[in-house]
Design a protein around this ligand. Structure first.
Ligand code: ATP
Length: 364
Protein backbone atom coordinates (compact mmCIF):
# COMPACT_ATOMS: atom_id res chain seq x y z
CA UNK A 1 0.00 0.00 0.00
CA UNK A 2 1.29 3.46 -0.86
CA UNK A 3 2.42 5.57 2.10
CA UNK A 4 -0.02 8.39 2.94
CA UNK A 5 0.98 11.68 1.39
CA UNK A 6 1.68 14.61 3.63
CA UNK A 7 2.06 18.22 2.59
CA UNK A 8 5.76 19.09 2.91
CA UNK A 9 6.53 21.03 6.09
CA UNK A 10 7.34 24.70 5.39
CA UNK A 11 11.09 25.33 5.45
CA UNK A 12 12.25 27.26 8.48
CA UNK A 13 13.00 30.85 7.50
CA UNK A 14 16.10 30.90 9.65
CA UNK A 15 18.24 27.97 10.76
CA UNK A 16 21.40 28.01 12.80
CA UNK A 17 23.12 24.65 12.79
CA UNK A 18 25.83 23.54 15.27
CA UNK A 19 27.13 27.06 15.71
CA UNK A 20 30.15 27.59 17.96
CA UNK A 21 32.00 30.86 18.41
CA UNK A 22 35.09 32.11 20.27
CA UNK A 23 36.45 35.54 21.01
CA UNK A 24 40.13 34.77 21.64
CA UNK A 25 40.17 32.34 24.57
CA UNK A 26 36.51 33.03 25.43
CA UNK A 27 34.08 30.36 24.19
CA UNK A 28 30.97 32.49 23.58
CA UNK A 29 28.79 29.80 21.91
CA UNK A 30 29.02 26.00 21.88
CA UNK A 31 27.15 23.81 19.41
CA UNK A 32 23.95 25.86 19.19
CA UNK A 33 21.23 24.72 16.76
CA UNK A 34 17.99 26.66 16.42
CA UNK A 35 15.39 27.09 13.68
CA UNK A 36 12.63 29.66 13.35
CA UNK A 37 9.55 29.10 11.17
CA UNK A 38 7.77 31.74 9.08
CA UNK A 39 5.58 33.88 11.35
CA UNK A 40 7.18 32.54 14.52
CA UNK A 41 8.69 34.68 17.29
CA UNK A 42 11.59 33.12 19.19
CA UNK A 43 13.11 34.96 22.15
CA UNK A 44 16.71 34.33 23.18
CA UNK A 45 17.10 34.72 26.92
CA UNK A 46 19.77 34.04 29.49
CA UNK A 47 22.06 35.79 31.94
CA UNK A 48 24.39 38.57 30.85
CA UNK A 49 27.27 37.25 28.74
CA UNK A 50 25.61 33.92 27.86
CA UNK A 51 25.96 34.58 24.11
CA UNK A 52 22.54 35.93 23.04
CA UNK A 53 23.84 38.90 21.03
CA UNK A 54 26.62 36.83 19.48
CA UNK A 55 24.05 34.35 18.12
CA UNK A 56 21.93 37.18 16.70
CA UNK A 57 24.99 38.87 15.19
CA UNK A 58 26.02 35.60 13.52
CA UNK A 59 22.53 35.24 12.04
CA UNK A 60 22.74 38.85 10.82
CA UNK A 61 26.21 38.44 9.34
CA UNK A 62 27.71 41.08 11.63
CA UNK A 63 30.08 38.47 13.03
CA UNK A 64 32.05 36.03 10.85
CA UNK A 65 31.00 32.43 11.32
CA UNK A 66 33.74 30.16 12.71
CA UNK A 67 31.93 26.83 13.15
CA UNK A 68 28.51 25.61 12.01
CA UNK A 69 26.23 27.26 9.46
CA UNK A 70 23.35 29.68 8.96
CA UNK A 71 20.58 29.06 6.42
CA UNK A 72 17.73 31.28 5.28
CA UNK A 73 14.77 29.56 3.60
CA UNK A 74 16.82 26.38 3.25
CA UNK A 75 19.80 28.05 1.54
CA UNK A 76 23.09 28.07 3.43
CA UNK A 77 24.21 31.68 3.58
CA UNK A 78 27.09 31.40 6.03
CA UNK A 79 29.60 28.69 6.84
CA UNK A 80 33.31 28.84 7.63
CA UNK A 81 35.05 30.36 4.64
CA UNK A 82 31.94 31.70 2.86
CA UNK A 83 29.42 34.21 4.06
CA UNK A 84 26.79 36.41 2.45
CA UNK A 85 27.13 40.04 3.63
CA UNK A 86 24.36 41.35 5.94
CA UNK A 87 22.70 43.54 3.28
CA UNK A 88 22.22 40.55 0.96
CA UNK A 89 20.65 38.23 3.53
CA UNK A 90 17.11 39.60 3.30
CA UNK A 91 16.86 40.27 7.01
CA UNK A 92 15.58 43.26 8.97
CA UNK A 93 17.51 44.45 12.02
CA UNK A 94 16.43 46.48 15.04
CA UNK A 95 18.94 47.43 17.74
CA UNK A 96 18.62 48.74 21.24
CA UNK A 97 19.68 52.25 20.19
CA UNK A 98 17.42 52.15 17.06
CA UNK A 99 20.35 53.45 14.92
CA UNK A 100 18.17 55.88 12.96
CA UNK A 101 20.01 58.29 10.65
CA UNK A 102 19.87 61.64 12.50
CA UNK A 103 20.09 63.75 9.32
CA UNK A 104 17.15 61.99 7.61
CA UNK A 105 13.49 62.52 8.41
CA UNK A 106 11.21 59.62 9.33
CA UNK A 107 10.08 58.90 5.78
CA UNK A 108 13.65 58.99 4.41
CA UNK A 109 14.87 56.76 7.22
CA UNK A 110 12.30 54.14 6.24
CA UNK A 111 12.87 54.62 2.49
CA UNK A 112 16.60 54.11 2.96
CA UNK A 113 16.52 50.33 2.71
CA UNK A 114 14.25 50.36 -0.34
CA UNK A 115 16.63 51.88 -2.87
CA UNK A 116 16.26 48.95 -5.28
CA UNK A 117 12.56 49.76 -5.81
CA UNK A 118 11.21 52.37 -8.27
CA UNK A 119 10.62 55.77 -6.56
CA UNK A 120 6.81 55.55 -6.46
CA UNK A 121 6.84 52.07 -4.98
CA UNK A 122 9.42 53.11 -2.39
CA UNK A 123 7.11 55.80 -1.02
CA UNK A 124 4.15 53.44 -0.98
CA UNK A 125 6.12 50.72 0.84
CA UNK A 126 7.60 53.16 3.34
CA UNK A 127 4.18 54.70 4.08
CA UNK A 128 2.61 51.28 4.48
CA UNK A 129 5.33 50.25 6.98
CA UNK A 130 4.86 53.52 8.90
CA UNK A 131 1.10 52.96 8.98
CA UNK A 132 1.63 49.51 10.46
CA UNK A 133 3.45 51.03 13.42
CA UNK A 134 1.13 54.07 13.69
CA UNK A 135 3.81 56.61 12.66
CA UNK A 136 2.32 57.84 9.36
CA UNK A 137 1.64 61.24 10.93
CA UNK A 138 5.34 61.91 11.59
CA UNK A 139 6.93 61.51 8.15
CA UNK A 140 8.64 64.93 8.15
CA UNK A 141 9.92 64.70 11.73
CA UNK A 142 13.61 64.15 12.48
CA UNK A 143 14.66 61.45 14.96
CA UNK A 144 15.81 63.94 17.66
CA UNK A 145 12.25 65.31 17.82
CA UNK A 146 10.73 61.88 18.56
CA UNK A 147 10.26 60.11 21.90
CA UNK A 148 12.12 56.83 22.53
CA UNK A 149 8.95 54.84 21.83
CA UNK A 150 8.38 56.67 18.54
CA UNK A 151 12.00 56.13 17.47
CA UNK A 152 11.62 52.45 18.25
CA UNK A 153 8.52 52.28 16.05
CA UNK A 154 10.31 54.02 13.16
CA UNK A 155 13.23 51.59 13.53
CA UNK A 156 10.77 48.70 13.35
CA UNK A 157 9.08 50.20 10.26
CA UNK A 158 12.50 50.62 8.61
CA UNK A 159 13.39 47.00 9.31
CA UNK A 160 10.04 45.72 8.03
CA UNK A 161 9.65 47.95 4.94
CA UNK A 162 11.65 45.66 2.60
CA UNK A 163 9.36 42.81 3.82
CA UNK A 164 12.20 40.57 4.99
CA UNK A 165 11.57 36.90 5.70
CA UNK A 166 13.62 37.25 8.90
CA UNK A 167 13.62 39.98 11.54
CA UNK A 168 16.31 40.17 14.22
CA UNK A 169 15.75 42.44 17.24
CA UNK A 170 18.45 42.97 19.88
CA UNK A 171 17.04 44.27 23.20
CA UNK A 172 14.59 46.46 21.26
CA UNK A 173 12.76 47.79 24.33
CA UNK A 174 15.54 48.25 26.84
CA UNK A 175 15.96 51.96 26.09
CA UNK A 176 12.34 52.65 27.11
CA UNK A 177 11.05 53.34 30.61
CA UNK A 178 8.90 50.65 32.21
CA UNK A 179 5.47 52.05 31.40
CA UNK A 180 6.26 52.90 27.79
CA UNK A 181 8.01 49.55 27.34
CA UNK A 182 4.82 47.63 28.12
CA UNK A 183 2.70 49.48 25.58
CA UNK A 184 5.40 49.54 22.86
CA UNK A 185 6.09 45.82 23.16
CA UNK A 186 2.38 45.05 23.05
CA UNK A 187 2.05 47.02 19.78
CA UNK A 188 5.27 45.47 18.46
CA UNK A 189 4.01 41.95 19.12
CA UNK A 190 0.93 42.55 16.96
CA UNK A 191 2.94 44.25 14.20
CA UNK A 192 5.45 41.37 14.14
CA UNK A 193 2.70 38.77 14.02
CA UNK A 194 1.00 40.57 11.12
CA UNK A 195 4.32 40.78 9.24
CA UNK A 196 4.61 36.97 9.00
CA UNK A 197 8.41 37.19 9.32
CA UNK A 198 10.44 34.70 11.35
CA UNK A 199 11.56 36.83 14.26
CA UNK A 200 14.41 36.40 16.73
CA UNK A 201 14.39 38.75 19.71
CA UNK A 202 17.21 39.03 22.23
CA UNK A 203 16.09 40.05 25.68
CA UNK A 204 17.49 39.68 29.18
CA UNK A 205 13.98 39.99 30.65
CA UNK A 206 12.26 36.60 31.21
CA UNK A 207 8.83 38.20 31.57
CA UNK A 208 9.27 40.03 28.28
CA UNK A 209 10.22 36.76 26.60
CA UNK A 210 7.13 35.04 28.02
CA UNK A 211 4.98 37.90 26.75
CA UNK A 212 6.40 37.96 23.22
CA UNK A 213 7.58 34.50 22.33
CA UNK A 214 5.98 31.53 20.62
CA UNK A 215 9.13 29.72 21.73
CA UNK A 216 11.87 30.67 24.12
CA UNK A 217 15.50 29.59 23.74
CA UNK A 218 17.28 29.71 27.10
CA UNK A 219 21.08 30.01 26.93
CA UNK A 220 23.66 29.59 29.65
CA UNK A 221 27.42 29.90 29.16
CA UNK A 222 27.00 29.71 25.38
CA UNK A 223 24.92 26.53 25.41
CA UNK A 224 21.20 26.03 24.82
CA UNK A 225 19.66 24.80 28.06
CA UNK A 226 16.04 24.48 26.89
CA UNK A 227 13.93 25.49 23.90
CA UNK A 228 10.16 25.43 24.06
CA UNK A 229 6.93 27.33 24.54
CA UNK A 230 6.77 29.79 27.44
CA UNK A 231 4.39 27.36 29.18
CA UNK A 232 6.82 24.46 28.75
CA UNK A 233 9.73 26.44 30.17
CA UNK A 234 7.67 27.64 33.12
CA UNK A 235 5.93 24.39 33.97
CA UNK A 236 8.47 21.81 32.80
CA UNK A 237 11.94 23.29 33.35
CA UNK A 238 14.75 20.86 32.55
CA UNK A 239 16.95 21.88 35.48
CA UNK A 240 17.22 24.11 38.53
CA UNK A 241 18.69 26.96 36.47
CA UNK A 242 15.74 26.93 34.04
CA UNK A 243 13.25 26.69 36.93
CA UNK A 244 14.70 29.69 38.72
CA UNK A 245 15.24 31.84 35.59
CA UNK A 246 11.53 32.45 35.00
CA UNK A 247 10.48 33.58 38.44
CA UNK A 248 11.20 33.41 42.12
CA UNK A 249 11.49 29.92 43.60
CA UNK A 250 11.82 28.61 47.14
CA UNK A 251 14.87 26.36 47.34
CA UNK A 252 15.03 23.34 49.62
CA UNK A 253 17.10 20.18 49.61
CA UNK A 254 16.16 16.58 50.31
CA UNK A 255 16.95 12.88 49.90
CA UNK A 256 14.90 10.42 47.83
CA UNK A 257 13.31 7.74 50.02
CA UNK A 258 11.03 5.12 48.46
CA UNK A 259 10.30 7.25 45.41
CA UNK A 260 9.42 10.33 47.45
CA UNK A 261 11.04 13.47 48.80
CA UNK A 262 9.86 14.81 52.08
CA UNK A 263 9.65 18.61 52.44
CA UNK A 264 8.36 20.73 55.34
CA UNK A 265 5.26 21.51 53.25
CA UNK A 266 4.44 18.03 51.94
CA UNK A 267 5.77 15.04 50.06
CA UNK A 268 6.64 14.95 46.36
CA UNK A 269 6.70 11.71 44.38
CA UNK A 270 9.83 11.26 42.25
CA UNK A 271 9.63 7.79 40.66
CA UNK A 272 12.35 8.73 38.14
CA UNK A 273 15.04 9.27 40.82
CA UNK A 274 17.11 6.60 42.57
CA UNK A 275 16.89 5.75 46.25
CA UNK A 276 19.19 7.85 48.42
CA UNK A 277 19.90 10.51 45.79
CA UNK A 278 20.41 14.05 47.13
CA UNK A 279 18.06 16.52 45.41
CA UNK A 280 17.28 20.21 45.06
CA UNK A 281 13.61 20.98 45.51
CA UNK A 282 12.35 24.17 43.86
CA UNK A 283 8.90 25.39 44.77
CA UNK A 284 7.22 28.36 43.10
CA UNK A 285 5.58 30.72 45.59
CA UNK A 286 2.19 30.16 43.92
CA UNK A 287 2.53 26.40 44.58
CA UNK A 288 1.97 27.00 48.28
CA UNK A 289 -1.78 27.18 48.97
CA UNK A 290 -2.58 28.75 52.32
CA UNK A 291 -5.61 28.48 54.58
CA UNK A 292 -6.00 30.12 57.93
CA UNK A 293 -5.46 27.65 60.79
CA UNK A 294 -8.60 27.45 62.92
CA UNK A 295 -6.89 27.86 66.30
CA UNK A 296 -4.40 30.51 67.18
CA UNK A 297 -1.53 28.08 67.72
CA UNK A 298 -2.68 25.62 65.04
CA UNK A 299 -1.62 22.58 67.05
CA UNK A 300 -2.46 19.36 65.17
CA UNK A 301 -2.90 21.09 61.79
CA UNK A 302 -0.78 19.41 59.05
CA UNK A 303 1.99 21.41 57.35
CA UNK A 304 1.65 24.32 59.65
CA UNK A 305 3.53 27.55 58.99
CA UNK A 306 4.00 30.68 61.05
CA UNK A 307 3.40 33.95 59.20
CA UNK A 308 6.39 36.27 59.43
CA UNK A 309 5.00 39.04 57.21
CA UNK A 310 2.29 39.60 54.59
CA UNK A 311 2.34 42.21 51.83
CA UNK A 312 -0.24 43.16 49.24
CA UNK A 313 1.51 43.42 45.84
CA UNK A 314 -1.49 44.51 43.78
CA UNK A 315 -3.22 41.50 42.27
CA UNK A 316 -1.48 39.05 44.61
CA UNK A 317 -0.31 38.90 48.20
CA UNK A 318 3.14 37.73 49.25
CA UNK A 319 3.28 35.87 52.54
CA UNK A 320 6.60 35.19 54.27
CA UNK A 321 6.41 31.91 56.17
CA UNK A 322 8.50 30.00 58.64
CA UNK A 323 8.10 26.22 58.45
CA UNK A 324 9.91 23.49 60.35
CA UNK A 325 11.18 20.23 58.91
CA UNK A 326 10.99 16.84 60.67
CA UNK A 327 14.16 17.65 62.62
CA UNK A 328 12.69 20.94 63.82
CA UNK A 329 14.97 23.07 61.62
CA UNK A 330 13.28 26.29 60.46
CA UNK A 331 12.98 27.26 56.76
CA UNK A 332 11.91 30.59 55.33
CA UNK A 333 9.50 30.31 52.38
CA UNK A 334 7.54 32.75 50.22
CA UNK A 335 3.94 32.00 49.25
CA UNK A 336 2.00 33.99 46.68
CA UNK A 337 -1.75 34.06 47.19
CA UNK A 338 -4.25 35.48 44.71
CA UNK A 339 -5.97 38.73 45.72
CA UNK A 340 -6.13 40.14 49.19
CA UNK A 341 -4.87 37.48 51.60
CA UNK A 342 -3.02 39.10 54.47
CA UNK A 343 -2.80 36.92 57.57
CA UNK A 344 -1.52 38.65 60.71
CA UNK A 345 2.18 38.50 61.50
CA UNK A 346 2.72 35.69 64.02
CA UNK A 347 -0.51 33.87 63.09
CA UNK A 348 -0.53 30.32 61.68
CA UNK A 349 -1.61 29.04 58.31
CA UNK A 350 -1.95 25.57 56.90
CA UNK A 351 0.07 24.97 53.73
CA UNK A 352 -0.84 22.63 50.87
CA UNK A 353 1.70 22.00 48.16
CA UNK A 354 0.58 22.03 44.50
CA UNK A 355 3.04 19.47 43.07
CA UNK A 356 2.83 20.71 39.46
CA UNK A 357 4.59 23.91 40.49
CA UNK A 358 7.32 22.15 42.43
CA UNK A 359 10.40 20.67 40.75
CA UNK A 360 12.90 18.11 41.98
CA UNK A 361 16.35 17.76 40.38
CA UNK A 362 19.25 15.56 41.32
CA UNK A 363 21.95 17.67 42.96
CA UNK A 364 24.81 18.36 40.55
N1 ATP B 1 33.84 41.55 20.49
C1 ATP B 1 34.10 40.79 21.56
N2 ATP B 1 35.35 40.55 21.96
C2 ATP B 1 35.61 39.75 23.02
N3 ATP B 1 34.67 39.15 23.77
C3 ATP B 1 33.39 39.37 23.42
C4 ATP B 1 33.03 40.20 22.31
N4 ATP B 1 31.69 40.23 22.22
C5 ATP B 1 31.22 39.45 23.23
N5 ATP B 1 32.24 38.94 23.95
C6 ATP B 1 32.13 38.02 25.10
O1 ATP B 1 31.40 36.88 24.67
C7 ATP B 1 30.44 36.47 25.64
C8 ATP B 1 29.05 36.53 25.05
O2 ATP B 1 28.73 37.88 24.77
P1 ATP B 1 27.29 38.33 24.24
O3 ATP B 1 27.34 39.81 24.04
O4 ATP B 1 26.92 37.49 23.09
O5 ATP B 1 26.38 37.95 25.48
P2 ATP B 1 24.89 38.43 25.83
O6 ATP B 1 24.20 37.23 26.37
O7 ATP B 1 24.28 39.12 24.67
O8 ATP B 1 25.19 39.47 27.01
P3 ATP B 1 24.35 40.77 27.48
O9 ATP B 1 23.00 40.29 27.92
O10 ATP B 1 25.17 41.28 28.62
O11 ATP B 1 24.32 41.70 26.31
C9 ATP B 1 30.65 37.41 26.83
O12 ATP B 1 31.51 36.79 27.73
C10 ATP B 1 31.31 38.62 26.22
O13 ATP B 1 32.12 39.27 27.16
Amino acid sequence: MAAPRHAPLPLPSLSLDKVSHRYGAKQALSDVSLSISPGEIVCLVGPSGCGKSTLLRLAAGLETIQEGSVAIAGQTIAQPGSSLPPERRGIGLVFQDYALFPHLNVLDNVRFGLNRLPAGERDERAMSALEQVGMEGFIKAFPHALSGGQQQRVALARAMAPRPAVLLLDEPFSGLDTRLRESVRDETLHVLKRSGAATMIVTHDPEEAMFLADRIALLRDGRLVQVGSPTALYTKPVDAFAASFFGEVNQLTGIVRQGRVDTPVGCLTVPHLDEGVAVDVLIRPEALRLTMAADGDGVGVPNLARVEASRLLGRTSLVHLCVSDRDGRPHHLHARAPGHFLPEDGSHVSVTLEPRQAFVFEKM
